[in-house]
Write a protein that binds this ligand. Sequence first.
Ligand code: WAQ
Ligand code: MG
Length: 274
Amino acid sequence: MTDENLYNIRMRASAGGNHLSGAERIVCAENIDEIARGLLARSRSKESFPDQVTIHIERLQDQPIRYLTALNVLTIRVSDMHSGRDAAARILEYAGVSGLAATKALTLLSAGASPSGKAMRGAIIMDAGSGERLEPDQERGVRASRFDWTGEAFATVDSRLTALSLAHHRTREALSLATKVAHAPAVVAELCWSDDPDYIAGYVASLPTGYVRIPVLKQSQDPKGGRVIFVDPAVLNLASLINYLETDPVLINAVGEINKEMSLPFYFELLAQR
Ligand code: WAQ
Ligand code: MG
């Protein structure tokens, strides 16, 4: 794939004014039709038929593409939601998030992070020390956009995740998003779990820890979820962070290590040996 003639295709589906699903790709011109059809099919795959589906196709005009290697992946063995959230807090602290900010983030995501209590479309930006929220719109949050796998890296990550029974598209997409986010200026770490009531896994991601999957971060059928991006206020330029997250095109062209499930103490031993 050359940098010329790359297009960003975004799909968004909503019903009754509420966001249902969204996805996006970066593709070359000859693949637009096929990928747009795939995204359209996905907009319909939820139980309630969308009232509105938007497919947005945009050429990435003269913007340099940043190529990244995916974060290393591993899964932490946890027995329930409480040990999952506990593990998330400890991994966040390892990455440089204060205990105060980690606790605040976990509490916000479990309570419903937007002022109205609805799911946010984007992420909270949080001061990694004080826990202060910095995103300009607390109802919407900040959305990371314009990231995808190259065809080759997609095939590799898909087969290697599938070999570890991680074939769900959510894992692959979250890994690409987390890779873009972790490489953003001033970002310390990210915490995420889905707002999908059926999907209870989530992750903590950062450059020092990699993409750490946590199989249980909430109770089944809980519709609350979200994302928190922790930043270092000493080096933060909020406008350039938001600009990077929303508009800088990123293609992931290489896959890192993909490790099996391990216990939290074993994972911390591995980190200590590095
Ligand atoms: N940028 C920023 N925040 C986003 C974005 C985005 N592009 N997309 C979603 N969010 C926020 C928003 O608040 C959602 O409510 C929340 O994240 C969850 O989004 O390895 O599927 O798309 O198997 O439901 C974790 C995968 C899956 C764990 C997470 O998130 C694994 C997932 P969802
Ligand atoms: Mg969702």
